[in-house]
Design a protein around this ligand. Structure first.
Ligand code: 6PG
Length: 225
């Protein structure tokens, strides 16, 4: 069986910006990712503008910090994208400041209220950690095995920043219609191999596969195994 398709592009961020703009214009449910890799894509999407007013923006994970903290995924997305749009979307951020348990419970309730038990995200973006984690589902931690919830609290991170997290679970991620990983830089090359070539069962990102949708892995040359 062949694994997921790896698309190597000169400018993968530009492709992500294009997908964001297209999905937003269609009024889709968009899940943003955190970390540093997507910032350029968000800035390019903001520069493209367009009408996001019918779209809804969600987050795949959050750090348990205040929304104006330097480590907040929401802060990064707000600065790079959301605050720059003339016709902004509805935004459902994860309230990390409530702590990992309460923050997860609250976000699960918001997702279920808006989209039901199987949220069909139109575009779900993910990054890949050097340890092959995605969202805040880390290798060797039990949160990656949770299947009876859409959102899980993560008491301890396995990488910087060392703060608890709130994350969508594998089944919630796998409900996406279109899932896109954006991975750049040489430090991610081994993780790409584990997640998408070897499909190592110990890698959380090797379990993240849409049940009824498509997966695209967008890479630059440096991240390509
Ligand atoms: C987070 C994430 C995380 C991230 C990867 C890649 O909150 O940290 O959402 O899963 O996407 O760790 O992060 P970088 O782009 O910073 O390498």
């Amino acid at each position: 069986m062949s694994g997921p398709e790896l698309r190597v592009l000169d400018d993968p961020a530009a492709e992500v910006a294009r997908l964001l703009t297209e999905t937003a214009a269609a009024g889709g449910n968009i899940v943003l990712t955190g970390g540093s890799s997507p910032r350029t894509a968000y800035e390019l999407a903001a520069a493209a503008g367009g009408d996001w007013s019918a779209a809804t923006v969600w987050f795949g994970d959050e750090r348990c910090v205040a929304p104006d903290d330097e480590d907040s995924n929401f802060k990064m997305a707000r600065e790079a994208l959301l605050s720059r749009l003339d016709a902004p979307p509805t935004v459902h951020r994860i309230e990390g400041e409530r702590g990992f348990e309460d923050g997860a419970r609250a976000y699960e309730a918001v997702v279920r209220e808006a989209l039901g038990a199987e949220p069909r995200w139109d575009l779900l973006l993910l990054g890949l950690g050097p340890d092959s984690h995605c969202a805040s589902l880390f290798p060797g931690r039990q949160e990656k095995d949770v299947t009876d919830r859409l959102v899980v609290g993560v008491p301890e991170a396995a990488l910087e920043p060392w703060v608890p997290r709130v994350s969508l679970t594998v089944p919630a991620l796998n409900a996406a219609r279109r899932m896109v990983f954006l991975v750049t830089g040489e430090s991610k090359r081994d993780a790409v191999r584990r997640a998408f070539v070897d499909e190592d069962p110990a890698s959380p990102s090797a379990r993240v596969r849409p049940r009824d949708g498509e997966l695209t892995v967008l890479l630059d040359a440096a991240a390509t195994p």
